[in-house]
Write a protein that binds this ligand. Sequence first.
Ligand code: ADE
Length: 434
Amino acid sequence: MKFGRRLPKQPFTSLQSPVMESDIRDPDLAESGAVRMEWDARQMPVLHSIKDRFARERPFRDLRVAVCLHISTKTANLVTAIKSGGAEPVVCASNPLSTQDDVAASLAVHHGVPVFAKRGEDPDTFNRHLHNVLESNPDILLDDGADLVTTAHRDHRRQLDRIIGGTEETTTGVNRLRSMVRNGDLTIPVIAVNDSKTKHLFDNRFGTGQSALDGILRATNTLIAGKTVVVCGYGWCGRGVASRVRGLGGQVIVTEVDSIPALEAAMEGFRVLPIDEAAALGDLFITVTGNRGVIRRDHLEVMKDGAMLANAGHFDVEIDVQALDALAIEKRSLRPNVEEYALANGRRLHLLGEGRLVNLVAGEGHPAAVMDLSFANQALAVEHLVARHEDMPPGLYTLPDEVDREIAGLKLESMGLAIDALTPEQQDYLDSWR
Ligand code: ADE
């Protein structure tokens, strides 16, 4: 059985909407964006080799791809790779505070990509930009957090009919899509890029592990050594953060709701406590759970004077900022991305990056070398959708294992690393139950 809209054979002219005007902060920033993109491109050899192949094979000729990602140097390299394959990308931000305005400018000015994103845009503008992108009549949705897919299902049913499928970057987005599947609401196939091994084992762990600390250090210039650092959540991101904090000499406390990762954290040598107990002990709190209300009013009330609060989960719902506002008798900005809240109990708490993704708000997100893997997955996921969408009923998919291994192999090669192959005797041994 064949599913969804069939893409016509060549020549394909799906682009029914006129080229759109961008809505960016300042086109004059384009030069700075371009050199920073070039710097990061050098750390993205896997994506680069895919881009070269796309340029030869043009698998996305005349397809419009709606992209909702953090607009960073790395994302821009993904966007130009997809464009090299013949696509017409249209871009908006997946977070109002993570956009790098110079990168948005370079994409629009140098690459002719319509971009709808301004760092610090208000919630109405952020939403309008999502709609701008969906109104371009995309064929494919490339998402980070599932805002495009959910908005299309809610407000753009007409556009949804022509969409052949989507891809999703992050754990939170995949969770939202799973909920849509459970409720029978998802009407397109979506590839969960986050579920590739070469995504979550590297980006979530080594990417978030490093970039969350990088954001915190850029914001505060604080010393981690000797501090008690409470890491809320021990998924792949939490594992990365806890390990990097330990590397810097911090004493880690892990909080969890799932017995298995909690046990793993304990055997990894971390102290495991409920947040109710950890709240009074931490000097620095880092939330990476993907859930809401992790640090609540009760916890804020017992925290030490000077405690710092940072979030590295996708949405700004993990720390109850409203409760913090309600508790504060005075609030002031001490440094960029450091807000001091003076409480009635005489203590001061410090919220970093407004409780939004600290790595992208106070830093530049993950290093390009790890986003190379994530975005190789995104690029190949788009190619997979174009080639296979007719055999993909609505639902969530993972890229085939061969694709995962190919990406890992290319990365190893780019690092100058070789691995062994099984000897025939070893293969026979593995294949035989005797
Ligand atoms: N840079 C671009 N996209 C990113 C992401 N999803 N996480 C961290 N850094 C990024």
